[in-house]
Design a protein around this ligand. Structure first.
Ligand SMILES: *Cc1c(COP(=O)(O)O)cnc(C)c1O
Length: 411
């Protein structure tokens, strides 16, 4: 009989969102008239902007005519899209990239999982705690870890606790690590890595021959001027970092699917024998073999995000979500609840009042305020005692939810 990849059995069952769904259903079945407001989702809610839709439609029409039909495109993505992104999203940051350093994909969840293909399992990986669960689980799947302990920490992963005590900026690992995942603006905490902190990580990585995986999925939500949007704003990052970006949250592409990965040509790692190899070449080989590119209409739609017509429309949607974030942050703070994030990210990470556990607060918020959020403990042991609210909702509902929370907890 064929053998499975036993590493999959080490994974904890996807417990968080099914459990949230179960508790919400149980409550609404018992209280059918309750108007439940969901601020738990990590998905956008507003439609694609008109300029994107126009480009999407036009590209579909191209496919209907022989002269403009497109079959397979380059596995790396069309150069007109790559060059537009370099010009509009990196150049203004003072970052210059070559076309060959960027790879278009169907989203950054896949990329930050697939990247493990080109690294040996002997590498020691460091991830934040709490964390976007994909970083942890994909390392379990490839067999880099042992079993999980009773807290949920896997053997052979170095966890970097991020809590209010360290301002959500973890200390450098004491043990030797080879790969470090950083996510800024952060999901779930909504906090950001400052320029100085990011410089610290780049210097640390270079000194210790480590590689940083920098997930910048929420860079478009940064409002403060000196927060880095790309790790390549830091000197030396092209020698130590891979960056992931996505159109999902930036432009509402969660259902459309488009992302990108930057692998600078100067980024090296070693073979078993100690010879240095360019990771760009390996990633290119991996993508050319296992991936056949993102569809032409999707890439046209993505390019329109950065057009003169598209960007202001996209920015308006981002501002709408960030105004929701402000309403949540200010409202909860007024109710005496300690909040983090929500200034440069569409997530508010709150400290549960009265020392409640994350799940106790979930139940109280659901049954007394009819508001759904996400228990922080679902993102890792250090998330216990915290709770995530998302700003990706309807403003009227956000205002209502905040009023209910204020009535309950406000003095
Ligand atoms: C939403 C999200 C992504 C984007 O994933 P896609 O596959 O591009 O939709 C990446 N990283 C984090 C932390 C996210 O929250």
């Amino acid at each position: 009989m064929a053998r499975i990849n036993d590493n999959y059995l080490k994974l904890k069952a996807g417990y968080l969102f099914p459990e949230i769904g179960r508790r919400v259903r149980e409550f609404t079945d018992a209280n059918p008239s309750a108007k439940v407001i969901r601020l738990g989702i990590g998905d956008v809610t507003l439609p694609l902007v008109p300029a994107v839709i126009k480009a999407f439609h036009a590209a579909v029409d191209d496919l209907a005519k022989g002269e403009t039909f497109h079959g397979y495109g380059p596995e790396q993505g069309y150069s007109w899209l790559i060059d537009t992104i370099i010009d509009k999203a990196y150049k203004p940051l003072g970052v210059s990239l070559k076309t060959s350093e960027m790879f278009i994909s169907d989203g950054s969840k896949c990329d930050c999982s697939n990247i493990l293909d080109i690294f040996d399992n002997a590498n020691v990986v460091a991830i934040g705690d709490p964390v976007y669960p994909v970083y942890n689980d994909t390392n379990v799947m490839v067999g880099r870890t042992g079993e999980a302990d009773e807290k949920g920490y896997y053997e052979n992963i170095v966890y970097l606790p991020c809590t209010a005590e360290n301002d959500f900026s973890p200390a450098f690992p004491k043990e030797k690590v080879d790969i470090i995942y950083l996510c800024s603006p952060n999901n779930p905490t909504g906090t950001v890595t400052t320029r100085e902190q990011l410089k610290g990580w780049v210097d640390f990585a270079r000194k210790n021959d480590a590689i940083i995986f920098f997930d910048a999925a929420y860079e478009a939500f940064i409002t403060e001027s000196d927060i880095p949007r790309s790790i390549y704003e830091i000197d030396g990052a092209k020698e130590c970092a891979i960056e992931f970006r996505s159109f999902s949250k930036t432009a509402g592409f969660t259902g459309v699917r488009c992302g990108l990965t930057v692998v600078p040509e100067n980024l090296l790692a070693t073979t078993a024998k100690g010879e240095k190899v360019a990771l760009n070449k390996l990633w290119n080989r991996r993508q050319s073999t296992k991936f056949n590119g993102v569809s032409y209409p999707v890439q046209k739609a993505a390019q329109a995000v950065y057009s003169d017509e598209g960007w202001p429309q996209v920015k308006e949607v981002i501002d709408y979500y960030m105004d929701n974030a402000r309403i949540i942050r200010e409202g909860l703070t007024a109710a005496g609840i300690q909040c983090f994030g929500g200034v440069n990210a569409p997530y508010i990470w709150l400290k549960t009042p009265e020392g409640m556990s994350s799940w106790d607060f979930f139940d109280k918020l659901l049954t007394e305020c009819h508001v759904v959020g996400t228990p922080g403990s679902g993102f890792g042991p250090s998330g216990e005692g915290y709770f995530r609210l998302s700003a990706f909702g309807d403003k009227g509902n956000v205002v209502k939810a905040v009023d209910r929370i204020k009535q309950k907890w406000g003095k």
